[in-house]
Design a protein around this ligand. Sequence first.
Ligand code: ADP
Length: 608
Amino acid sequence: MGMYFSISGLIFITILSFDYFSRKRVSNIETIVYKYLLIDTFVLLLFDVLTAVLYKLGIDFNNLLYMFASKMVLVFIVLWLMIFSFYLKAISLFKKNQQSSLKSLFYTFFILFVFLIPFIIILPITFTKQDGNIVPNGWPVQISYITCILLFIYDIIVAFKYRKIITFQKLKPLLLLALLIVLDFLLQMFIPEAFLINFILALVVIIMYHTIENPDVKMIEQLNIARDQAERANNAKTEFLSNMSHEIRTPLNAIDGFSQLILEEKNIDTIKDEARDIMAASQNLLEIVNGILDISKIEANKLEIVNVEYEPAKVFDELVKLTKARIGDKPLEFNVNIAKDLPEYLNGDYVRLKQIAVNLLTNAVKYTKKGSITLNVDIVKKDNICRLIISVKDTGIGIKKENLDKIFTKFERLDLEKNITIEGTGLGLAITKKLVELMHGKIVVDSTYGKGSNFTVAIDQKIVNKVKTIKEVKEEKPTKQVNLKGKKVLIVDDNLINLKVAARLLLSYKIETEEVSSGFDCLKNIKDGKKYDMILMDDMMPKMSGVETFKKLQEIEGFDTPVIALTANAIAGMKENYLKEGFNDYISKPIDKKELERVLTTYLNAKK
Ligand code: ADP
């Protein structure tokens, strides 16, 4: 009876193997282990059928081939259970992300197998006939059975230990194995020759084919995931562009509108007021662009944390002022509690620290209509480290639980239908989280939808022990306007407005300027023997770029004028690129007055 089951098992497994091996599939731990299980079952059934055929042919039990085939059946049963146990443990380890332990697991099973095989092969095996059945006896049988029982117990322990992470789907083969073995034992009580263990193993393998993550489905799934990712990236980009367009247009609208008003306005005070509004809008615009730059730097892993000594009290003071300005006439109460024992000096990247807090405070103001915003700064000191625990609490719109994970994703904005009027790019929190991570800190959010949110950041900063000098206590005096009378600067830019802005800024330092709108004109002037103390060079110009012009300038004999790249090309790593090209320095547009002054004083040899 057993023989017919084994033959049908062999037929099934052969068909399954053909199907399995003829298709290209994703190689993962499951498909690899399953492959070996399939091969093992095939060989096991082959030897099983061989013993049955030999017996039918009337071959003696002491026949060497018969004994060898019987022992091989035992070897492959043991191996089957080992592969199965390895599979069960391996998928558990994978689920727990502990793939590193996989190698040692494999070697344990391998060594156990290599250790057992000689005993099964060398020790003698005998056969007795009971009720017309051939029953194998001897050490090889005992060893094999004990090993199989132990492995089975091991499987049950693994299944129990990892019950929370192994899905029922994955446990099916084990449960089936246990059930079939019990059924087989019961069956054998009535039909003693129903020893069907090999057939059961084959059956489990056939069932397993459907429980391992269907490799074909998996391949399709992977393709789908890739397609979805591409689609999402594309959507995010489109959404980002439309967001950006809206974001950029808002301050531009103010700049454009107020500029027109200024042209028509005669009252100097009103003009000044409107110019201030233009400056505020430009600042807003710059913030947006800087946000984009930060994200691009973060993505290129180029954002660096620059640690310097600073006074935390000053930083928080500025934060409070800034937030008050942001709140404006919104009916919001602003509470501030700053730890009294805040160290006088800390060492860290206070610019980024401020950026983190500003982002959180700005969001609190943006997403709270009424009620209050509370800024708490607590500290925990240990040795020379001070942990700053900054929390920003609001009574605003709050965030739904299911959205809490999303808020730190770039370009992700929630409740858009509701928040359509609130300006935002969805970049703030993505940048904030990255910055906190770069500073080895932590950020957590606790929020109740409709009630409010609480963002808490913890960042360690080094304590600097020093006494405040009198000089430092003094209020910083506004810097004197630098006078660079007698110096001459050539400005090269294809954009006339940019030429005008740069020339006007330099004029306030009494610098004489000359403006040209192309690299060709710049080269011509130098070749004509005109002398300058410095050249400010735009890069993105038609026909001949700033870099090309710069290279041609270097070929001119005796040319030693400092050339500064003055460009709006400010994405990550650009400064380094321009310096690498040989430019003496780099200023980004829009021109920051302090930055301009630094460059002017450095290269025009003037003293403040
Ligand atoms: P945004 O520029 O849109 O403010 P952020 O990255 O700063 O971008 O925030 C992402 C999203 O998280 C916001 O669009 C908003 O839906 C939600 N969010 C952030 N802070 C708060 C807050 N304090 N209260 C409620 N929702 C918030």
